[in-house]
Write a protein that binds this ligand. Structure first.
Ligand code: ADP
Ligand code: NI
Length: 215
C-alpha cells in the first residue's frame, strides 16, 4: 500500500479513536471498501478518491458546534504535512466540503468524478442493514423516539431544518435514507443502492406490521 495511504490510515484511526459508532474508523473502512466496489467500474484518480474517503469525516461539523470548515481544514493541514501536492490537497478538501447530504441541501459549487464516487460510497453506508443500524444508533445517541405516529416526516426540508430536527428515527428514513437511491451519481453505486433500498423497504413494512400487532 502506498506510504501516503498508510500514513493517512494511521492519522484517521488516531483522530477517530473516541468517535461515536456511526462515524468511527469502521465507517471510514466501509466507505473505503465501497469506493473500491465503484472504482472497479469507473475511471477516476484512485489516490484522490481513497484519501478523500479516508479523511471525509475527520472532523464532522455536527461534533464541532456546526463549524463546517474544521473538517476540510484538518484534512488539508494533514495532507500538506505528508507532502501531498497542492492541487490534490485542494481537490480532496473540496470533496470533503461538498460531499455530505447536508451540504447537498445547500449550494454546491464544486463537482468532480472523484467527489461523485466518494459521495456515493458514503451514501451507500447510510443505506441497507448498515444504514438501519446507524440510524437507530444515532437516534439513541441523541435520545430520540424510535417512532411516533403523531409526528409526520418532513421529506422536503431545507438544510437548517434538517440540522435542527429532533424527530423520531423512523422519520429519518423518509427525510434521507429512502431518498438516497435517486441521488446516486454513478451507475455502479446505483445498482448497489437498489438492493439496499429494497432491504430498507422490507424492514419498514415489517416494522409497521409489528407496531400494529399484526405479526
Ligand atoms: P448528515 O450529513 O445527514 O449528518 P451523516 O453522514 O453525518 O449525515 O450521518 C451519519 C449517520 O447518522 C448516517 O447513517 C445517518 O443516516 C444517521 N443520521 C443522521 N441524522 C440522523 C437522524 N436525524 N436520525 C437518525 N439517524 C441519523
Ligand atoms: Ni461518512
Amino acid at each position: 500500500m502506498p506510504d501516503r495511504i498508510s500514513q493517512t490510515i494511521a492519522f484517521v484511526k488516531s483522530k477517530l479513536a473516541n468517535a461515536e459508532a456511526g462515524h468511527d474508523w469502521f465507517h471510514i473502512e466501509r466507505v473505503w471498501k465501497n469506493t473500491q466496489l465503484i472504482l472497479a467500474h469507473e475511471n477516476a484518480n484512485e489516490e484522490v478518491v481513497i484519501l478523500a474517503a479516508l479523511l471525509h469525516d475527520i472532523a464532522d461539523s455536527k461534533f464541532y458546534g456546526g463549524d463546517e470548515e474544521i473538517g476540510p481544514q484538518t484534512a488539508g493541514d494533514f495532507l500538506r504535512s505528508i507532502g501531498v501536492e497542492e492541487l490534490a490537497v485542494i481537490h480532496i478538501t473540496e470533496i470533503i466540503r461538498n460531499m455530505s447530504f447536508k451540504a447537498s441541501l445547500g449550494r454546491v459549487t464544486f463537482h468532480s468524478k472523484e467527489l461523485a464516487i466518494v459521495q456515493d460510497a458514503d451514501r451507500l453506508d447510510a443505506m441497507g442493514a448498515i444504514g438501519i443500524a446507524r440510524a437507530f444508533h444515532y437516534g439513541g445517541f441523541k435520545n430520540r423516539e424510535i417512532h411516533n405516529p403523531a409526528i409526520p416526516a418532513n421529506p422536503g426540508q431545507d438544510k437548517e431544518a434538517y440540522k435542527q430536527t429532533t424527530a423520531p428515527t423512523i422519520n429519518h428514513f423518509y427525510e434521507k435514507l429512502l431518498l438516497l437511491k435517486e441521488q446516486m451519481n454513478t451507475t455502479t453505486a446505483r445498482r448497489i443502492a437498489d438492493s439496499r433500498h429494497a432491504f430498507m423497504e422490507n424492514f419498514l413494512e415489517e416494522f409497521y406490521a409489528e407496531w400494529e400487532g399484526e405479526r
